[in-house]
Design a protein around this ligand. Structure first.
Ligand SMILES: [Zn+2]
Ligand SMILES: [Zn+2]
Length: 284
């Protein structure tokens, strides 16, 4: 699997030049499989950065972690929505009982947007994933998809992608407040990261430093040190932190990354534009 970080900012896009190093676009990942599978996770403003890479003639699965606007805002300018040969499958479990069809239908309508989904032109379909942790993986050609709930206001979902042909795996767990989360949810998340094998890449919410996290309890995000503590339980091979706060410029994030690496040398902060090839030579 190949992972492209198209947006790593949290909460709201920023365009200031002092944020260009880590990037100002909100959450979007493009995962490309060994057989050409295209999976987009979240449609923040970063979606714009990968829209020209997506092939309209191929199936595209779009996974949504939840429906907060920083994770959907890129859809309104997504050219494939208006490409007749494009086949787009949006998939997510319900968040607070709201399905992906209901959530997107609620945005693509007056007074929020002038063009509703029925008039967009692409072939759009929806998959309502079962709530809770998927015990059996859903297959998207050569990629296995699993998911589990995260502690976040209104709900959020972590996704795990495994590619058995290459033995590679990744977990995206953005928008999660682990401090004070129920023990059963933390234990289930750790199991999710460890099975069927410890994931190669764990991408976690680490929006705040400890001081800011303490003053924003209930906002739904974690500090970088809370993310490191959690990652230590999962056995992941590599940790990247994401959903950087809009108030934190490159200088703040660079200093934070130095402190992070003091604690965990294999960890880093995700940068917009980062591309990783997760394929391993020792598939198992
Ligand atoms: Zn968010
Ligand atoms: Zn959120």
């Amino acid at each position: 699997m190949h992972v492209h970080f198209a947006g790593t900012r949290g909460s709201a896009p920023v365009t200031r030049s002092d944020c260009s190093g880590f990037g100002g676009d909100t959450t979007c990942l493009l995962v490309t499989g060994n057989e050409g599978e295209q999976i987009v996770i979240d449609c923040g403003s970063g979606l714009t950065n990968v829209s020209t890479r997506l092939e309209a003639g191929l199936d595209l699965m779009i996974l949504l972690t939840h429906y907060h606007l920083d994770h959907l805002i890129g859809l309104i300018a997504f050219p494939l929505l208006h490409t007749p040969e494009a086949q787009l499958l949006f998939a997510a479990p319900p968040a607070d009982g709201v399905t992906p069809s209901e959530a997107l239908g609620g945005i693509f309508r007056n007074p929020y947007w002038p063009v509703d989904l029925e008039r967009c032109g692409a072939e759009i379909s929806f998959a309502d994933l079962p709530s809770g942790s998927g015990t059996e993986p859903m297959l998207f050609r050569g990629i296995e998809l699993r998911w589990t709930p995260l502690p976040h206001p209104g709900g959020c979902t972590a996704y795990r992608l495994d590619e058995p042909a290459t033995g590679s795996s990744m977990v995206l767990a953005t928008d999660a407040e682990w401090e004070g989360a129920p023990d059963h949810m933390r234990q289930e998340f750790v199991r999710f990261c460890r099975e069927p094998s410890p994931c190669d890449l764990l991408i976690c919410d680490g929006q705040y430093d400890d001081t800011t996290a303490g003053s924003r309890r209930g906002w739904g995000h974690s500090s970088w040190s809370e993310a490191v503590s959690l990652a230590g339980e999962t056995g992941c091979r590599r940790l990247l932190l994401t959903h950087h706060d809009p108030a934190d410029d490159d200088a703040v994030l660079t200093e934070r990354e130095l402190r992070l690496k003091d604690v965990l040398p294999t960890a880093a902060l995700a940068r917009q534009g980062l591309e990783l090839d997760l394929a391993r030579k020792d598939p198992s």
